[in-house]
Design a binder for this molecule. Structure first.
Ligand code: G4P
Length: 535
């Protein structure tokens, strides 16, 4: 980035924030993203991030997903600068069906912003995503949105966050009124009053409403006696009831600072951005099978966390999204693809700048680069400058929904197999080839994915295929440290087994009893729900 031209690797790392926004649909993630990009000068006008309002409401769920796929390459990573700091904002798919994709995206960020609707508090999807972040001890900053509407009592909201998520909460700002009577917030970190001003274009933050602390008599002038008294009382309560902001606790994921605001009015967004800028962690040390990789190491390392098929069906190439973990990457760099042992020269890496894509000249730890390829790169793969490292922590989930797929024309079985293999390598679905018979089983995490799969097989690969409900209940990868036991199980259960796209054995489970029995009969075997994507 231009403002960082002469900086060392260490400085660049210190000045990077790679994060994601998590929220339940409709809480305001898109609106907030847009405002953050506006601050960074990465986009010029609101409405640029995605089609909104009527246009969006008119579309069916399925089309919405299609649209998301359509824009996801360009907007799934947004890089922008703000006051000398480079932010990489990774988009997480809004639809609940894509939790697996979301999960993997969260493996590539160092912190998250959780957006809540002030009227709704913690919703189902917020809870799920939070749990994923917690598994990774990820620092979380909370933004309570839509204060310009009547919502719930702010004490109620922070209490809910604390109770439902079992996390310490410390308000970083405190709202003054709500809905029509929303006047602004009191910045508890800098002891500053920030008022909204009704403006022709909406309600915007009023600059210069300075007052010296909560006891300043100016507060009464600015807010009126009644509101000033209420604010003082509430601030006193907050300071008594909630722990003070503790950066260590935030960084270890046990405390979340809470900002109140209204994304659509650009209110509270600057404070949030400043909070992320000064408190959120820089790119962190990453774990591999053998050792820790520090971001300041000179040699380049990175891992693939997402594969995106090219939206143009005529081009079969795909983009692998690589999170850089260490070193200074330069265009044309030769990197070792550890899984295959082959070296690949990265001549046309893509850097993502809001909606535009550019060829990346160089990139730094925490940055995401897109590498076009023809299928060599898979989710979980590690790239290095020669060391045979393997980053860990990028899991694959056993699908909970299964369907059988067969070609309409039996002569097209091979084509269908190829199409499914490619889709599996992208991580869009699990594909299992049954050991006996010629059927494939496809497994997904959310039902909408079946429709997308069927559509892609038909349009991208030109194969007419039938997707049918499967009597299977679930699937489990089978592993064991005892090769003899594993072989015995595989030999005895041929008709209940298949292989995934990487050739790993998968147990096709008919019902809960079936799985329990297998576990009881073969105690030395592991029946895995998730699997590290290393092989
Ligand atoms: P999402 O990405 O989390 O799904 O949410 P998105 O930003 O699309 O926002 C969902 C709806 O909430 C949008 O309304 C948006 O305008 C509105 N919204 C976002 N922030 C605020 C806020 O601070 N205050 C209020 N009052 N509303 C907010 P919509 O009707 O679906 O779209 P539109 O017609 O307003 O564009």
């Amino acid at each position: 980035m231009s403002s960082q031209l002469n900086l060392s690797l260490e400085d660049r790392v210190a000045l990077r924030r790679t994060f994601a926004i998590i929220s339940h649909p409709d809480a305001g993630k898109t609106t907030l993203t847009e405002k953050l990009l506006l601050f960074g000068g990465a986009i010029q006008q609101a409405g640029a991030v995605k089609a909104k309002g009527e246009a969006r409401r008119a579309t069916s769920d399925w089309m919405k997903v299609e649209q998301e796929r359509g824009i996801s390459v360009s907007s799934s990573v947004m890089t922008y600068d703000y006051e000398g700091v480079t932010f990489n904002l990774l988009d997480t798919p809004g639809h609940g069906d894509f939790s697996e994709d979301t999960y993997r995206t969260l493996t590539a960020v160092d912190s998250a912003v959780m957006v809540l609707d002030a009227a709704k508090g913690i919703e189902a999807q917020t809870f799920k995503l939070f749990e994923v972040c917690r598994l990774r001890d990820m620092p979380i900053t909370t933004f309570v949105n839509k204060l310009d509407r009547e919502g719930r009592d702010p004490f109620d909201i922070i209490d809910e966050v604390e109770q439902k998520l079992a996390i310490d909460v410390t308000p970083a700002s405190w709202p003054i009124g709500m809905g029509r009577s929303f006047k602004g917030v009191y910045d508890l970190i800098n002891d500053k009053l920030i008022l909204v001003e009704n403006h022709a274009k909406g309600r915007i933050p009023l600059e210069g409403a300075a007052c010296e602390g909560i006891d300043d008599p100016k507060l009464d002038e600015l807010l009126g006696d009644e509101d000033a008294a209420t604010l003082r009382e509430q601030v006193e309560m907050v300071r008594e009831l909630c722990p003070a902001f503790d950066k260590e606790a935030y960084l270890s994921g046990t405390l979340t600072p809470v900002y109140f605001g209204s994304a659509i009015n650009n209110f509270g967004v600057r404070e949030l951005l400043n909070g992320v800028s000064s408190n959120a962690p820089a790119p962190k040390t990453q774990t591999t099978k053998d050792r820790q990789v520090l971001p300041n190491e000179k040699k380049v390392t990175g891992f693939v966390f997402k594969i995106q098929a090219n939206m143009d069906p005529k081009h079969r190439d795909r983009i692998a999204f690589v999170r850089l973990c260490s070193g200074h990457f330069k265009k044309g760099h030769k990197l070792l693809h550890v899984r295959s042992g082959k070296t690949m020269a990265v001549h046309n890496p893509t850097l993502f700048l809001a909606q535009d894509r550019e060829i990346a000249e160089d990139a730094w730890p925490g940055d995401i680069i897109g590498i076009p390829n023809h299928g060599q790169l898979r989710i979980g793969d590690t790239l290095t400058e020669g060391e045979a490292l393997r980053f860990t922590g990028i899991p694959s989930f056993a699908p909970e929904l299964l369907q059988t797929v067969r070609p309409e024309d039996p002569l097209k079985a091979k084509h269908l197999g190829k199409a499914l293999q490619q889709i599996a390598e992208e991580g869009a679905a699990r594909v299992i080839k049954r050991n006996i018979g010629s059927d494939w089983i496809v497994g997904v995490v959310g039902p909408l994915q079946f429709e997308i799969l069927a559509d892609r097989v038909r349009t991208e690969f030109n194969v007419a295929a039938r997707f049918e409900p499967s009597p299977l209940n679930t699937a489990r990868w089978v592993e064991s440290d005892d090769a003899g036991e594993l072989k015995k199980f595989l030999d005895k259960n041929k008709s209940d087994l298949g292989e995934d796209h990487a050739g790993a054995p998968v147990f096709l489970v008919r019902n809960g009893w079936h799985l329990n029995k297998a576990q009881d009969d073969y105690p030395k075997l592991r029946f895995l729900k998730t699997k590290e994507q290393l092989d």
